[in-house]
Every structure is written in C-alpha cells, then in structure tokens.
Ligand binder design. Structure first.
Ligand code: NAP
Length: 374
C-alpha cells in the first residue's frame, strides 16, 4: 500500500502553472521529514510522482535526497539516480523487487497520479496539509472518499498569518473491521461451553458478515496471514467432486491431514476408508448428492445429483428462482463423512435489474480466530 502526501488550499488547489502556488517553509519541512523518516535505518522510503511534478522541482533539488525517486512518464528519457516507470504496474514491480530496502512509498503528486492510486484502492494513508487560504490554482486535489478514509490525527500551525492543519487520514476497511469487532464480541461476550474436541469454546450464535465482491474483489483479510493457495486449491478440489485428500497433500496442502488419518477415520467408524479419504463430504454432496458413497477411489460419474450444474443452469435460465441453492448437509450421509460440513448451504440471488449475483453462505460452526475467513 502507498501513502499520499500533499498540501492543498481552501479551494483544494495544489498547483499553478507547473509550480506550487505558495511558499510555506513549515509545509516543506513537513514534507521532507515525513517522506524521509524511516524506523529501520537500513531502509529508505520511495517517492513516486508524475513527470510534471518532477519537472516542477528545481533541478538542483532533484533527485530528492535520502529517498528513492520514481517518476511516472511515457515521454521522459531515462535519467541517472531516478527510476522512470512507464505505467503503474512498473511502479508496483519496482517497489516489490526492492521491498527489502524500501520502508514506505509516498505518492507525491500531481493530480493525475493521486487520482490513479486512489481510484485503484492502493492508498493506506493520506497526509494533507490543509492550508486555510484560497490561492489561484489550475491543478486540484481529488476528493477523498469519507467512507474509506478517517481522520486519525490533526495538528494546527501557522506561518506569516497563514493557518494550516497537518491532517493524517487512514484507510478504513469496514469489512475487515466488522470481522475484528466480531472477534472482540466473542472474547467479551462469548458463552463458555464444552465441545466435541474437549478443548472448550466461547461461543456466540447467529452472526452475519457481508463482503462486497463486485469489480473482481476477493475479500482477503489483512490482519492475519491467509493461505491463499490452499483456499483456491481446496475450492477447486471440492468443485471437482474429489474427496481424496492425498491429491491436496501432493500439492503441499495439509489442511485435511489431521481429519483423515487412520486413527481419526477409525474413531468415526470409517475403518473401510483409506487414509486421506474425507468420506461423503463437501465435493461429493455438491456433485453427487444422493449417490451411494463407497470410497474416494470410486468413479461416481453420472451418479447422484449435480447441485453445482443445477445452480449454474438456474442462474442462466431462471435467474428469478428462489430455489438456487446448494445443500451439503445430507443427514443420512453424515456418518459417512470424516467431518460433517461446517459451511453447509449456499443460496444464490440474482438481481436481474443490475445483473448482480449474491451468495448467502450458512456456516453452522467455525473456529472464528483460526478458520473463519481462512
Ligand atoms: N501541492 C502539492 O502538494 C503538490 C504536489 C505535487 C504536485 N503539485 C503541483 O501539481 C502540478 C503537477 O501536477 P499534474 O497533475 O499537472 O501532473 P503530474 O501528475 O505531476 O504529471 C502528469 C504526467 O505524469 C505522467 N503520468 C501520469 N500517470 C502516468 C501513468 N500511469 N503512466 C505513465 N505516465 C504517467 C504523464 O507524463 P508523460 O506526459 O511524460 O507521459 C503525465 O503527463 C504542478 O503544479 C505541481 O507543482 C503540487
């Protein structure tokens, strides 16, 4: 994530005729200190700007010292001591390749560059010097989305009768915050109770979290490490109808190992299943509901009911149906599963007007801190 830093006038102006419209020493110092300061003395910060902003810095002051300078430009020739990137992806690649020596990256303008980073949700912090005066400007700061950015600190100052505030806004991820708040609620109000594993739980019943996955977004948590490769491989494994967890092991994914050992299966009365067999669980119910489960080596082609295909057909051909639903909870089969499903039903809803698809997933039980949201 990137940090934006800018000074703006009362009328949100940031530049005039390729230059700063003001000369405020305290703001220049704030800019220099903020963009140069590092916690880890072995690292440097990087600064990213557009070509026009670069050209607005007097040649004797550039590159900005003690910072890695990056300029976005399609026309500027390569130069010593500055990295010229031809597009945003080149900036990301450069930052990633140099991540061991870069602490933070500051986006320092101008308008077009600020806008691209904001529009692509790439910004974690915004440092605004809000100058309480109108100036003649031809370049303006885009509006910040108040739902996304919250003011976390503000310091007032003045210079030559010009008042200003040094405001720090932080990106606020409300979806992640809801997850964190629910964990807090479990800690504070969870009801102590026993459980199957003998570990004991603090539990709450019937909570809901919502995630907006429009525009190709995947709601991964950032406050804990998520095993993205495992998430994707397990989902593909389920969708294919496979129940042989040794296929996951072969890919270095061991999330099912503990529940498919000889001892675990025997304790569940599944002595006839080979090690690694999860029984008539997720994928089997999704793809072959109603078929007779023997073991994970059996070919169930054309057996049982293919709930996934059914849902796809309904979404395509009868999107207004209120029966677009997959059920993984098959009571007569529960004893044939190493673990009965935790997430067990998925209902789909098509907003025909907006051409949007929603899914409501029901999960009967979840170790919230470890397993929820993976
Ligand atoms: N108040 C402040 O804190 C502050 C901060 C910064 C700047 N400013 C002021 O803002 C003004 C300059 O801002 P500006 O908005 O006019 O220009 P700018 O954003 O600094 O530069 C625009 C140029 O950057 C390059 N560029 C931008 N996005 C690119 C991309 N994705 N790929 C490749 N190149 C890209 C293009 O250069 P090519 O044409 O070479 O392709 C484009 O013409 C100046 O007046 C400056 O003093 C003020």
């Amino acid at each position: 994530m990137y940090r934006i830093i800018t000074a703006l006038s009362k009328n949100r102006g940031i530049g005039y005729r390729g230059k700063l419209p003001w000369n405020i020493r305290k703001d220049m110092n704030f800019f220099k200190n903020t963009t140069s300061t590092v916690l880890n003395k072995k690292k440097l910060n990087a600064v990213v700007c557009g070509r026009t902003t670069w050209e607005s810095i007097p040649p004797k002051f550039r590159p900005l010292p003690n910072r890695l300078n990056i300029v976005l430009s399609s026309s500027m020739p390569e130069e010593e001591n500055v990295t010229v990137c031809r597009n945003l992806n080149e900036v990301h690649d450069y930052i990633y390749q140099n991540r061991k020596k870069i602490e933070s990256t500051y986006v320092i303008g101008g308008t077009s560059v600020y806008k691209q980073f904001l529009d692509n949700d790439l910004v974690s912090d915004v440092f605004f010097t809000e100058i309480d005066k109108d100036y003649q400007c031809d370049t303006f700061m885009p509006e910040l989305d108040n739902d996304k950015f919250k003011l976390i600190s503000s310091k007032e100052d003045s210079e030559n009768d010009v008042n200003m505030k040094f405001n720090h806004y932080e990106y606020h991820n409300s979806e992640e915050q809801n997850y964190l708040d629910l964990m807090r609620e479990i800690i504070d109000n969870g009801v102590p109770s026993g459980d199957r594993t003998g570990t004991g739980t603090n539990s709450l019943f019937g909570r809901m979290l919502k995630y907006d996955i429009r525009d190709g977004k995947l709601p991964l948590l950032t406050s804990k490490r998520t095993f993205i490769r495992g998430i994707i491989e397990e989902m593909l494994f389920f969708v294919s109808g496979n129940t042989d967890c040794t296929k996951l092991q072969e890919k270095g994914i061991h999330i099912w190992d503990g529940n498919t050992t000889r001892e675990f299966l025997d304790n569940r009365g599944l002595n006839h299943l080979p090690v690694g067999d999860m029984g008539a669980g997720y994928g089997f119910q999704w793809k072959h509901f109603g078929a007779d489960y023997k073991d994970c080596k059996t070919d169930y082609k054309d057996q049982g009911f293919d709930q996934i295909q059914n849902v796809i057909n309904l979404i395509k051909n009868n999107p207004e149906s209120r029966r677009i639903l997959i059920s993984g909870w098959n009571p007569p089969d529960l004893h044939k599963m190493a673990l009965p499903p935790c997430h067990l039903s998925y209902q789909f809803y098509v907003n025909v007007d907006k051409k949007e698809l929603s899914c409501l997933l029901y999960q009967r039980s979840s170790d919230y801190f470890l397993a929820a949201n993976y």
